[in-house]
Design a protein around this ligand. Structure first.
Ligand SMILES: *Cc1c(COP(=O)(O)O)cnc(C)c1O
Length: 395
């Protein structure tokens, strides 16, 4: 008998030829500015641990206390027995943080996006979506079976044309953008998009996965950054990046949240977080409130690092945030760049086509609040040396 999955092996061979094949690197320590990976100490510019909370003692203590009190698992989905008092406490805490009426927590940012978009829309509705929105938004759009209209990246005029064309078309309209785009580190034009949504009676939704804990006062996100409180109906965020733990959430009106309790499929059909997760997240929000200097340190490090890169002559694309791509060109070169950097002690992910356009392959670097100036000096020294060797920078 033939192996019915042989075509997958053939695909893998194609990935190898294209230079996009990878194997998973194994972290052998906590996620820290200097981490132990595959038997090697490397400066870690690859994580989303923006505020250095993933291994923070207060989060770990909170998680341990919760395990002692509530156990290791939650026992069921939220609608059966999987809602513990700390799950509800976290939702209230996030709603207060975001200045919204209510909040619902999902297992991940991915399920928050996919579960929300797919449950609030029907095939009669319309989605107007930035072409570079995250995969979880795209999946949510597809699952909803609403009509999808893609506008050019950050192009408010194009989005307006699309909405104008739909003016007399029946159905709900959902205008949706990432707050910060994960590959380029540029900021979505939420202010102008929100004005547009208001003009055309569309629902405004933002995915702040890379902006919560990063932009706005105390890291409240893009709605705060652009002073749009009360005007964006759906704010998605993640607990897996700056918050340092795991999960996703949707903030908005009480009725939106109650509707999602009743209809969002990941909420209904997948088990809730183990109690250690909401406990650690609660500790993280406590720190965000008490130590705004962490967010400041993130931005100080970001401008210091970007300054060094600029001096060295690197192309960092459209980045305006701690996400700093370094453009290499072809996919193969970007992956080579990433491997060579790793050998020299720097961990930065290579990202190629089709995740980013042809010729714009890159490594992506993310600075955190807890990197020291020495880490960043060393990182740029390695980047410069390797880039010259590979011809990415003129020698
Ligand atoms: C990472 C990310 C997500 C998914 O969040 P998880 O909590 O990791 O599932 C969603 N949207 C964007 C824009 C992201 O970058």
């Amino acid at each position: 008998m033939q192996n019915p999955l042989a075509y997958l092996s053939a695909q893998l061979d194609e990935f190898k030829l294209a230079g996009s094949y990878f194997r998973l690197r194994e972290l052998e320590s906590a996620c820290e500015p200097v981490s132990r990976v595959d038997g090697k100490e490397v400066i870690n510019l690859a994580s989303n641990n923006y505020l250095g909370l993933a291994n923070h003692p207060k989060l770990k203590e909170a998680a341990l206390d919760a395990i002692r009190k509530y156990g290791a698992g939650s026992g069921a989905v939220r609608t059966i027995t999987g809602t513990m008092d700390i799950h509800m406490k976290l939702e209230r805490r996030i709603a207060a943080f975001k200045h919204t009426e209510a909040c619902v927590v999902f297992q991940s940012g991915f399920t928050a996006n996919a579960g929300t978009v797919s449950s609030i829309l029907t095939p009669e509705d319309h989605i107007i979506s930035d072409e570079l929105n995250h995969a979880s938004i795209i999946d949510g759009c597809r699952l909803s079976r609403a009509k999808i209209h893609v506008f050019r990246h950050r192009d408010v005029v194009h989005a307006a044309e699309v909405l104008e064309g739909l003016k007399n078309v029946p159905g709900h309209k959902l205008l949706i953008t990432d707050g910060v785009f994960s590959m380029d580190g540029d900021i979505g034009p939420l202010d102008n998009l929100t004005a547009l949504a208001e003009h055309y009676d569309a629902i405004m939704m933002v995915d702040d996965a890379h902006s919560s804990g990063v932009l706005g006062q105390h890291g409240r996100g893009t709605v705060d950054h652009f002073h749009l409180h009360g005007r964006v109906q759906i704010q998605v965020g993640t607990l897996s990046k700056a918050i340092g733990v795991l999960g996703g959430y949707v903030c908005g009106s009480k009725d939106l949240v109650e509707y999602l309790y009743h209809r969002a499929r990941p909420f209904l059909f997948s088990t809730s977080h183990p109690p250690s997760v909401p406990a650690a997240c609660l500790a993280a929000f406590e720190i965000l409130d008490q130590e705004p200097e962490r967010v400041q340190a993130l931005w100080d490090n970001t401008s210091y690092y970007k300054g060094l890169l600029k001096q060295a002559g690197f192309d960092t694309g459209a980045s305006e945030t701690p996400i700093t791509p370094i453009i290499a060109g072809e996919s193969k070169l970007a992956h080579q760049f990433s491997s060579a950097l790793f050998e020299e002690g720097l961990w930065a992910t290579g990202i190629g086509f089709p995740t980013v356009p042809q010729g714009k392959a890159r490594i992506r670097t993310i600075v955190t609040a807890t990197h020291t100036r020495e880490h960043l000096d060393k990182a740029v020294e390695i980047l410069t040396r390797v880039a010259k060797r590979l011809g990415i920078l003129a020698a």
